[in-house]
Design a protein around this ligand. Structure first.
Ligand SMILES: Cc1cc2nc3c(=O)[nH]c(=O)nc-3n(C[C@H](O)[C@H](O)[C@H](O)COP(=O)(O)OP(=O)(O)OC[C@H]3O[C@@H](n4cnc5c(N)ncnc54)[C@H](O)[C@@H]3O)c2cc1C
Length: 517
């Protein structure tokens, strides 16, 4: 086995590092002589491991997953937690951390530092193993197949790089929801980095935040932490904040496993529907002995402030098994999605997605208490029934209209607007050069459920002629249509680990015909 293997990783966020780290560890563990392996990682910002989510920013940006489940390694779930224990007290205090607890929610910049440090460690390990890793600080703008079947990547500086395999980890696409507002002064298309909000928005200004999920919470907490004293209005269709994590996590004993899902699907003649998944989750939730937990899962239909009070009170008082049961589905969520019939997927997207987002993407008590205080002192308002956000002619102000609880349309004027509705997963509407190039060349097609259409088993692109493009696989947000919950580190680490294993296996099969266990 003497051919060189060239691997390109497009993007240098947390998912790229998770893939790279698991790939190198597999190489280390596999007792054969590999061909020379050359890895090229492209990251235009030059900052590896952070992306938007974990960038150096305010410590008010908290992880929404407890430390004991935030890891780059699928088979070492407590790796981040173990890394935390190696930091000095002084170091931790810079992030506002006093003690280490696996159930706690730490600042995201701290997780970003963990990922960056792991990258440095892994590159050194790679070097010891004879694998070269180079970083190109440019974006990839096009990928073209060569006659040899190798892929030619072109970067934004005109550089050309040939690779045998490409792993796309290029993350989230910018929001496309309020494009008409982009040229307006006072409109911010993303809250990040939140540390810059205070520089852009005067302290006394009225601020409208579009969205009421996790990014909206990041924006609110950061504004106030930087001394914002003006009113803050949040607008969304549902007018609800996410659920607050119970401070008493439930240990889920009867978790769904991949084997149990396969068995279940066989019993259901090869398909799952939403009703049977809901029934199964119901059973799991009720088995923990909290009879009213199902009502709690659906959430009460009252004002956002009453709902937040209820969320805080309940989460401080007792376990809420539904939260842990939903989180436990991360082990199999891609399989559940895969086995849903297309019309069931469409129904879920249309009817249940906002509800799922606000219940599944929960936020920690620490920030919930801050929001409660702001609502009580009438600085923060959350409005449902969002209709439109328009600039007011000849005035430096926006008018945001919404339908109030009794069906009347009301509006609020805000001097600044922050779009916190999250990122786009619609590749068709994206102006990203690489995304457009892949669609235009036919090497990629869009999934009706977001991102690119992929082969479920391998994560490879499916071309417009329906062929599987074995040489290019996708991880992260652009794999959303295929694996559904690709906004969680544990799901992404599992998928990244599988792709790393497939590539190592292919190298092994080419060579010594041994399988990686
Ligand atoms: C604000 C926010 C908070 C989150 N919090 C959590 C959390 O607490 N817990 C959790 O589990 N998950 C969380 N998530 C989910 C999160 O999306 C993933 O965990 C993770 O950040 C995704 O990483 P990524 O590497 O796929 O994308 P990104 O972090 O977006 O990184 C992609 C990288 O690719 C680069 N890139 C883009 N295009 C190109 C190109 N053409 N060529 C080369 N490079 C390119 C970008 O510069 C970027 O650095 C959060 C997400 C967001 C947005």
């Amino acid at each position: 086995m003497n051919e060189t293997h060239r691997l390109a990783i497009v993007g240098g966020g947390s998912v790229a590092v998770s893939f790279l780290a698991q790939f190198i560890v597999l190489i280390q563990k596999t007792p054969i002589d590999f061909p020379p392996i050359h890895i090229t990682l492209f990251e235009p910002t030059g900052v590896i491991g952070q992306g938007t989510a974990y960038q150096a920013d305010l410590n008010t940006n908290l992880l929404n997953v407890p430390a004991n489940n935030m890891s780059l390694f699928d088979d070492k779930r407590t790796h981040f937690l173990e890394w935390l224990t190696t930091l000095s007290k002084d170091d931790l205090s810079r992030y506002g951390v006093k003690e280490i607890d696996g159930n706690d929610f730490y600042p995201r910049p701290l997780f970003g530092r963990y990922v960056s440090e792991q990258f440095t460690r892994i590159v050194k390990l790679a070097c010891d193993l004879g694998v070269t890793v180079r970083v190109i600080e440019n974006a990839v703008v096009a990928i073209e197949r060569q006659q040899s079947r190798a892929m030619m990547l072109r970067d934004s500086a005109g550089g050309k790089y040939e690779a045998d395999r490409v792993v796309l980890c290029n993350g989230n696409l910018s929001s496309d929801k309020f494009e008409a507002l982009l040229p307006q002064a006072g409109f911010l298309n993303s809250p990040y980095p939140v540390a810059e909000l205070a520089r852009k928005i005067p302290n006394s200004a009225s601020v409208g935040i579009l969205g009421s999920n996790l990014s909206a919470i990041d924006a609110i907490v950061a504004l106030v932490a930087q001394g914002h004293a003006g009113p803050i209005h949040c607008f969304s269709r549902q007018g609800r904040l996410p659920s607050v994590r119970s401070t008493f996590p439930t240990k889920v004993s009867d978790r769904l496993t991949r084997n149990s899902v396969h068995k279940w699907v066989t019993e259901q003649d090869g398909h799952l529907d939403l009703a049977c998944i809901y029934e199964q989750l119901q059973k799991m939730i009720l088995s923990h002995g909290y009879g009213d937990d199902l009502k709690d899962l659906l959430g009460a239909d009252n004002s956002a402030s009453d709902q937040l009070d209820w969320e805080i009170e309940t989460s401080q008082a007792r376990q809420r098994p539904w939260q842990s049961v939903l989180a436990s589905t991360n082990d199999v969520i891609d399989l559940l999605w895969f086995y849903l019939a297309p019309e069931e997927k469409q129904q879920f997207q249309k009817r249940w997605m906002p509800q799922w987002m606000s219940r599944r993407a929960m936020f920690p008590m620490k920030n919930a208490l801050k929001l409660q205080e702001l609502m009580r002192r009438r600085q923060l308002y959350v409005h449902g029934g969002f209709q439109a956000c328009m600039p007011v002619k000849d005035k430096d102000v926006f008018e945001v209209s919404y339908e109030n609880g009794v069906g009347d349309v009301e509006s609020v004027r805000c001097e600044y607007i922050i779009n916190a509705t999250g990122f786009s997963q619609n590749v068709e509407k994206s102006a990203d050069p690489l995304v457009m190039d892949l669609l235009n060349s036919g090497m990629a097609t869009s999934s009706p459920y977001g991102g690119f259409k992929l082969d479920f088993n391998t994560g490879s692109l499916i071309a417009s002629n329906s062929e599987i493009v074995d040489e290019i696989t996708v991880l992260g947000s652009l794999a959303r249509g295929t694996y559904f919950w690709t906004i969680s580190m544990d799901v992404n680490a599992r998928l990244a680990g599988e792709q790393a294993r497939q590539i190592v296996n292919a190298l092994v099969v080419q060579g010594d015909k041994i399988n990686v266990c």
